[in-house]
Design a binder for this molecule. Structure first.
Ligand code: DON
Length: 307
């Protein structure tokens, strides 16, 4: 194992002069208030080590990274039947695009674009009240991270509820095709709260360990999913986790990853480590600019790659 502590500190140091590059997401007003000059890196190894640098202990809004956890929960409930509702192909479109939905009969391309994630959340609601589904997800993520302090930032959820016109459009459009079963306000109530999960890089890296360790968290011994399912979630993250930037991320980093507009990225080195980075400034396709750079540097220094 390379000297990971030195590596994460070197990467943080190298990127310090560039803090603030990129643009903070401002279509969710509460996210626009975050100080862009922050960068956190945490690496949790399957052997039980945790290495941190920079702002790795500062909670941030995980946004679309929550789609990985909600998909894991939905697969546990609905099993492979979920794939009647959502595809497994990269979209080549922005995360909040509506154009493919009409041509493809209301079936979103994959579970990580907004439309796909909203359809997945609809399956987890399964006739329950939104409050119950939100509670179930929060308990699940706390279990994954083995940390009861993981919380939901209600101000972020409220902010998005007031401005999430695109998501209302996507959900209503899918409902018109019969691909949303519950009232749109209920589904989006859950979706906005899942996106508002607030976690540190350290918590997120630990929560992602099941994806790096064949479905079981080596720290807690909890089996979360089968090894086959972990492999498949990783495949989806590699192909679709960065939207229309997924090809570029695979080229530069070579590992499965899932980004969020809060500036976080959860990245998996199968068999070796789960990595979380966070820096709020985004690139043109809505993925963390310095977070992607940090992961590219980490992959280069460690040699970690799925290829
Ligand atoms: O639905 C939205 O637009 C946000 N709550 C999440 C989008 C997101 O994180 C896209 N990621 N890069």
């Amino acid at each position: 194992m390379p000297d990971l502590q030195t590596i994460v500190e070197d990467i943080h140091q190298a990127l310090l002069p560039r803090l603030g590059e990129g643009a903070v997401a401002d279509y969710i007003p509460q996210l626009a208030k975050v100080d862009p000059k922050q960068l956190g890196i945490a690496v949790a190894t399957t052997g039980g080590e945790l290495h941190m640098a920079g702002d790795a202990a500062t909670p941030f809004s995980i946004q679309s990274i929550s789609k990985v956890f909600m998909l894991t929960l939905a697969l546990g409930k609905v099993g492979e039947g979920i794939w009647k509702r959502v595809g497994r192909e990269p979209s080549g479109s922005p995360f909040n695009s509506i154009v493919q939905l009409e041509r493809e009969n209301g079936i979103p391309r994959n579970p990580f674009i907004n439309a796909g994630a909203i359809a997945v959340t609809d399956t987890v609601l399964a006739g329950h009240q939104p409050r119950e589904a939100i509670g179930e997800l929060l308990r699940f993520v706390r279990y994954l991270a083995d940390d009861d302090t993981v919380s939901i930032d209600d101000a972020v959820a409220r902010s998005e509820t007031q401005t999430g016109f695109r998501n209302f459009a996507l959900a209503n459009f899918m409902r018109s095709f019969g691909n949303i079963d519950h009232p749109v306000e209920h589904v989006l109530g859950v979706y906005f709260h899942q996106c508002a999960l607030s976690m540190t890089c350290a918590q997120l890296a630990r929560a992602g360990l099941y994806l790096a360790a064949r479905g079981a968290n080596p720290l807690t011994g909890h089996t979360v999913v089968s090894a086959k399912r972990a492999r498949r979630i990783n495949a989806l993250m590699l192909m679709c986790g960065h939207y229309d930037g997924s090809g570029e991320f695979a080229y530069r980093v070579g590992l499965p990853g899932k980004s969020g507009v809060g500036g976080g990225i959860l990245c998996v080195a199968p068999g070796v480590a789960s990595i979380a980075v966070w820096s709020p400034g985004l690139n043109k396709v809505g993925n963390s600019l310095l977070g992607s750079e940090a992961l590219e540097m980490l992959a280069a220094r460690t040699g970690w790659s799925v290829f």
